[in-house]
Design a protein around this ligand. Structure first.
Ligand SMILES: O=P(O)(O)O[C@H]1O[C@H](CO)[C@@H](O)[C@H]1O
Ligand SMILES: [Mn+2]
Ligand SMILES: [Mn+2]
Length: 399
């Protein structure tokens, strides 16, 4: 058997960071620790599968509460540092695929300029409400009922480079919302905006107590600024199966088949299904509930329960992996539910690498960039390596 795998699976636990990054102070994020604080809030995390893989071994000096250190972990383990300027999903995922975002995207802590808002109003024929940072669920409580009467657009942002539009599905039909978001996307690609994402945030419900955001969310990301590892794999004729918001994050580039999902559970079910079909290439899964439902909401116990649910599904799926599968479990940034504010946090992310082919795993050196994943995937499939990143493929076969 060669030191290559037929299939590589990357699963991104969106926002599940593993402690403040060395540059956290630059982001005013000192002390953040998504996994650590989540586990503490739970009185200990029950994640037997991640535990066996070596989750706590990633930081033996401060093990995750409830997650025992392993003498012989089943996976290779370490953590990764991000080199991208931002700490949003786009930065994290692009960097994994060899394309870090080194120039900061713009943020609008005081709202978007009048000029942009006026254009949105003219295009849509609707007035814009709020236009400031907000939590997406709080803003619905504040303005949702008003929107149901007036049809105004709820526009808000965050600490990330995002313009988000919340719209009740029965008041502003989805197709209309998507068209407005498309228009905003076109307007904000270049300076002075250079925005990472426009996000359509549809919701339903009869009143403030019952509003619920739906899975019809769409993220309109900037087009990747160069070829990613996925593009190179696609050019080489390989399969790239994208689950969850991966398709949105890469604007559909470098993907041969993709599925939007409605939840983490749905994403893991989808991934489990594709393990049953023959393909040659990469599966790339994003599980966004950790981030959207619990991290930004600062709900540590629900966050922890979601990690435990993920662990159960992961355990069941692992039985389907063969010697030809390499699994990489990681995250794209932090979003500490025990931290102040409602924004992402600048953290290291866990890296767990498993295959039934390994008899045991061990510690890998801390990775200086998420692009080490892209480099490893590229080396595995024999395509040109990205300009940055160091493959760890050979390290998995050292005796
Ligand atoms: O509060 P909600 O609407 O979930 O928004 C959050 O989702 C965005 C994307 O992760 C973040 O920038 C933050 O604004
Ligand atoms: Mn994310
Ligand atoms: Mn987020």
């Amino acid at each position: 058997m060669t030191n290559q795998f037929e299939r590589v699976h990357v699963i991104v636990m969106d926002s599940v960071g593993i402690g403040e990054a060395s540059d956290a102070a630059q982001y005013n994020d000192q002390g953040c620790d998504t996994l650590g604080h989540t586990a503490e809030a739970m009185g200990g995390l029950q994640v037997p599968v991640l535990e066996r893989m070596g989750l706590s071994n990633i930081r033996p000096e401060k093990p995750i509460q409830g997650v025992a250190l392993q003498e012989k972990p089943s996976a290779f383990f370490t953590k990764m540092h991000e080199i991208s300027a931002g700490k949003d999903s786009m930065d994290g995922h692009w960097e994994m695929m060899g394309l870090p975002v080194m120039t900061p995207l713009h943020t609008f802590p005081n709202g978007f300029p009048d000029e942009l808002i006026e254009k949105i109003e003219t295009f849509s024929g609707r007035k814009v409400l709020w236009n400031k940072p907000a939590s997406g669920t709080e803003i619905l409580k504040k303005f949702g009922e008003r929107q149901m009467k007036t049809g105004e657009l709820i526009v808000y942002t965050s600490g990330d480079s995002v313009l988000q539009i919340a719209a009740h599905e029965n008041v502003i039909p989805l197709e209309e919302l998507y068209a407005i978001c498309d228009y905003c996307r076109k307007l904000t690609i270049n300076e002075p905006y250079h925005l990472g994402r426009i996000i359509a945030r549809p919701y339903i419900g009869d009143d403030a107590a019952h509003f619920e955001r739906t899975a019809n969310r769409r993220d309109l990301t900037l087009e990747p600024t160069g070829p990613t590892v996925m593009d190179r794999l696609k050019d080489a004729g390989l399969d790239i199966l994208a689950i969850g918001k991966i398709n949105d994050i890469f604007s559909g580039h470098g993907i041969t088949e993709g599925w939007h999902t409605v939840s983490n559970e749905d994403g893991m079910n989808r991934w489990t299904e594709i393990l049953d079909r023959p393909f040659h290439g990469l599966s790339f899964t994003n599980l966004v509930d950790f981030d959207a439902k619990y991290g930004h909401r600062r709900e540590p116990v629900l966050f922890g329960k979601a990690i435990e649910a993920f662990d159960r599904q992961l355990g069941a799926a692992l039985t389907k992996l063969t010697d030809q599968d390499l699994l990489i479990v990681t995250a794209d940034h932090g979003n500490d539910p025990g931290f102040r504010g409602t924004d992402h946090t600048r953290e290291y992310v866990p890296l767990l690498i498993f295959s039934p082919r390994f008899t045991a795993g061990s510690a890998l050196p801390v990775r200086g960039t998420f692009a080490d994943i892209g480099a490893t995937v590229s080396e595995n499939f024999g395509v040109r390596l990205p300009e940055i990143g160091t493959s760890f493929l050979a390290e998995l076969f050292k005796r």
